[in-house]
Design a protein around this ligand. Structure first.
Ligand code: H79
Length: 469
């Protein structure tokens, strides 16, 4: 009896001291920087950047980081290839600086993708950059240091369930033959169906539960312990996940009290902090109050493919960012570095063009909330509370031929209106019917997107009528 009371007192004291050390943060407190940031960089890097989309002389279809699965590469062959991984040109300082100069506020990098290869030093598996490649050094440590130096938040992507090299890891069961390297695909199809997506007996030398306990849990613990403050843990593809496994991984997040996680740990019971539309921007009608982040590639692949030059234009990407911000979401834009450790030249160019635009117009993105008007046919709107009222940012994609932009339903008196690109004032007249008419110069000052900032008094209420598209 005495012992029990003593134990109770002790545990109360211990819990008390934990709380005294770290205040438990509310979701709004954890999400504050993320909601302000709006724009981040995704980095997909791993040994798949070495084959870069080609295996056995054949170009493998689909996204580059899936090459092992798509080409059904045996574990031994893939790991043998990986020995050559030697990113001698890796310059994490330059990477982080490019993200920062592009106006991005956070970076999420693949610490381990579906091929199971860890870009970090780990005791849980030899299948990592230190033990399995000639390079032999942790890739995440210097990146964490560079992020700290430049004030960029760092997040880790971790494929918790799919792992095609560490035995017991899951493999997507989805069968698509398009782009398969092996012409004998009928046999592979039958085999993978029978073996729950696996194509090599070495993948089945452990159970999924053993894989979770022996690889995923210890590695996530390492990631949450060894790299300083971590801003985001980005789970992916919950193939085969159980509630039990998800709970084990989820509980580790207590190691980083301010961390933000996505909705991909296990569906539907682990919603995380935000949704993750992939390669698409949601329609306004499909959104609720849940935070969300669109992740998207610049070309057609996440992991580097030497022959994918199908890049989106800076114009498209800037307009995507504005579309997303006008709907209240974040944009996580991907770069797939080469096996030598360099960003592809097209990505470097796109980032610098976005950066030039953001330098002038970034205030239309950071810390803004969604448009009170929904979408306009000619562009997008974001807005931000100021000490005295509201700044409305109208980003014009289709410059009006008659030089007039009409915004309906305005109830606030206008303080000032100007073009961010030139700093020139523009005339903004509010009529009795609530139509705000902005008179513009004949040509768009910025072909990518011209932003007009209109400062008004008071708060701007959401408009009942959503004008267009
Ligand atoms: O990391 C990136 C992708 O590799 C990962 N999520 C983003 C952020 C991802 N995993 N699965 N998926 C996306 C969707 C699954 C697509 C599939 Fe397929 C269709 C798997 C098999 C058929 C695409 C096409 C991959 C291989 C063929």
């Amino acid at each position: 009896m005495k012992k029990t009371i003593l134990a109770m007192i002790l545990s109360v004291l211990m819990v008390g001291s934990i709380f005294a050390q770290q205040k438990v943060l509310t979701k709004d407190e954890r999400m504050a920087w993320w909601r302000e940031a709006r724009f981040g960089m995704f980095i997909h890097w791993g040994v798949y950047s070495l084959p870069a989309g080609t295996w056995d002389g054949r170009q493998i279809g689909g996204i580059g980081e899936w090459i092992m699965n798509r080409a059904k590469i045996p574990v031994a062959d893939y790991q043998n290839m990986a020995k050559q991984f030697n990113p001698v040109k890796y310059d994490p300082d330059a990477w982080v600086k490019m993200a920062k100069d592009a106006g991005m506020k956070y970076i999420v990098i693949t610490s381990k993708h579906h091929d199971g290869f860890a870009l970090f030093e780990t005791k849980a598996s030899k299948w990592n950059v230190v033990d399995a490649t000639v390079y032999g050094k942790d890739l995440l440590k210097p990146l964490a240091e560079a992020c700290k130096k430049y004030g960029i938040k760092l997040g880790f992507y971790y494929s918790q369930a799919q792992d095609w090299n560490n035995p017991g890891g899951a493999a997507s069961r989805k069968i698509t033959k398009e782009g398969w390297a092996n012409p004998d695909s009928v046999t592979i199809d039958a085999y993978t169906k029978e073996h729950k997506g696996h194509w090599d007996p070495r993948q089945e030398k452990r159970t999924f539960d053993q894989y979770i306990d022996e690889v995923a849990v210890p590695q996530v613990r390492e990631l949450l312990t060894n790299y300083g403050d971590l801003a985001v843990l980005w789970w992916d593809t919950p193939t085969n996940m159980t509630v039990e496994a998800a709970k084990k991984l989820q509980s580790l997040l207590a190691l980083q009290p301010a961390i933000i996680t996505n909705d991909r740990l296990k569906r539907p019971d682990f919603p995380g902090d935000h949704k993750t539309p992939e390669q698409r921007i949601p329609n306004l009608a499909d959104l609720d109050s849940t935070d969300w982040e669109t992740c998207m590639t610049m070309n057609g692949t996440w992991g580097y493919k030497s022959y994918d030059h199908n890049y989106k234009s800076p114009e498209t990407l800037i307009r995507n960012l504005l579309d997303i911000a006008s709907k209240g979401g974040n944009f996580l834009l991907n770069v797939g570095p080469t096996s030598e450790g360099e960003f592809p030249p097209e990505s470097v160019d796109i980032l610098s063009k976005i950066g030039q635009w953001m330098k002038v117009n970034g205030e239309a993105v950071y810390g803004t909330t969604s448009s009170p008007w929904g979408l306009f046919s000619w562009g997008r709107c974001t807005n931000k509370a100021t000490p005295k009222g509201t700044s409305l940012y109208f980003s014009v994609f289709e410059w009006p031929a008659d030089g007039k932009l009409v915004i309906p339903g305005v109830k606030n008196s206008v303080v000032s209106a100007k073009l961010l690109a030139t700093g020139a004032k523009v005339k903004a007249t509010l009529a009795k019917d609530g139509n705000l008419t902005i008179t513009l110069p004949s040509a768009a000052p910025d072909p990518l997107a011209s932003v007009i900032r209109v400062d008004v008094k008071g708060k701007v209420a959401n408009q009942p009528v959503q004008p267009a598209k």
